[in-house]
Design a protein around this ligand. Structure first.
Ligand code: AMP
Ligand code: MG
Length: 347
């Protein structure tokens, strides 16, 4: 199919309205949000949502997030749990997705057969206008081929989905660069199923105890079922295998340098994912810095782009420095661990 690609900003109402007509007619549109680019379709139209799964090659048991532009979500949920109300007031619009009991208007195609629906109100102006002009909520997962790193620029979306969707709009780089924080409040407590820019610490300030689902930190056993079906899939992965090296930073550098040397002798090309503070300490030449450790928000925003970069420079194996687990570092480490298939070396 032919994909229309428009580089636009939020003032380009004509193009955003054209995109909204595609959504209303049951088509698919890739659009920017502050987290990552989304691949959207009318969330109330089962056939339209099916196209999302087909274009991405997404497993049918991985539910979609429904994006809204209005606080009145009463049509889409059975009820709004008390804690959800507090989170909505404090963090919407923004990178926080809340899982609540669904109403009958949301098709099971969207929730992958689950009784709960994930809802988010994005901050990005193009996204908000697109939803408002469409007059329907928009179901949208990240606009990448399933398994690849999520797209943070329009070029990433074109790479993955040109010819597979009706339209791609945008142009700006996503500010946050990691997918939204996902919390489940359907059982009364707030449980983080996927960490993001709205951190545990930020939510605890307004709501008290927040829990972290075990699947966020560690690999699940083969017979364990995650609360967020998407957490079981290998994700965000560059083509070359990735190993995270954790521990005292001087030892990390020493370890990666010795591996690089060893690999060089075997003709194996070694990529290194470093930070501004350390990048010059590595002996290899195929290294990329995520940014300064003093600015973890920037590291988060660069992560997926850097992972995709390694596919372009053609490396055989990649080593990445590890990060802590406080604040947004939890989200950075979560994505890195998934990209690495939980291949972690402690030194
Ligand atoms: P993506 O849209 O690719 O950013 O992924 C959305 C994430 O939210 C996946 O990990 C899904 O499994 C999770 N998710 C979406 N809807 C639900 C739901 N109703 N219950 C549990 N997890 C959900
Ligand atoms: Mg995704």
């Amino acid at each position: 199919m032919e994909t229309k690609v428009y580089y636009i900003d939020e003032k380009d109402d004509k193009k955003i309205k054209e995109a909204s007509r595609i959504i209303k007619a049951g088509g698919t549109v890739v659009f920017p949000t502050e987290t990552v680019y989304g691949l959207g379709a009318n969330a109330l139209d089962e056939d339209a949502c099916k196209k999302i799964f087909l274009a991405k090659g997404r497993p049918q048991d991985n539910p979609l997030i429904v994006h809204v532009a209005d606080f009145d979500i009463s049509k889409y949920v059975k009820y709004i749990p008390e804690k959800a109300k507090i989170l909505m007031e404090n963090f919407w619009p923004g990178p926080l997705t809340i899982i609540m009991p669904k109403s009958d208007t949301i098709p099971y195609m969207v929730t992958a057969g689950l009784e709960n629906v994930a809802i988010r109100m994005p901050l990005n102006k193009i996204a908000r206008k697109l939803i408002s002009y469409s007059g329907v909520p928009i179901a949208a997962p990240s606009a990448n081929i399933s398994g690849r790193p999520s797209p943070t620029t329009i070029e990433h979306c074109i790479e993955d989905l040109n010819g597979k969707v009706d339209m791609i709009i945008g142009g700006e780089k996503c500010e946050v660069g990691l997918e939204s924080t996902v919390v489940d409040v359907s059982d009364g407590e707030v449980i983080i199923l996927r960490p993001g820019a709205i951190t545990k610490e930020m939510m605890e300030e307004v709501i008290g105890n927040v829990f972290i689902d075990p699947a966020v930190l560690d690999k699940l056993k083969d017979d364990e079922k995650p609360r967020a079906p998407g957490m079981k899939y290998r994700h965000y992965a560059p083509s070359a295998p990735l190993t995270i090296v954790c521990g005292d930073i001087n030892r990390v550098i020493e370890y990666i340098n010795s591996k690089t040397l060893e690999n060089n002798m075997k003709g194996i090309k070694t990529g290194i994912l470093a930070t501004d503070e350390t990048v010059n300490e590595y002996k290899g030449s195929l290294k990329i810095s995520l940014g300064s450790r003093k600015k973890p928000g920037i590291i988060a925003a660069n992560l997926f782009d850097c992972l995709r970069e390694f596919d372009k420079i053609d490396v055989d194996i990649i080593y990445a420095e590890g990060f802590g687990e406080e604040g947004i570092n939890l989200a950075i480490m979560n994505r890195l661990k998934k990209a690495a298939g939980y291949n972690i070396v402690k030194v």
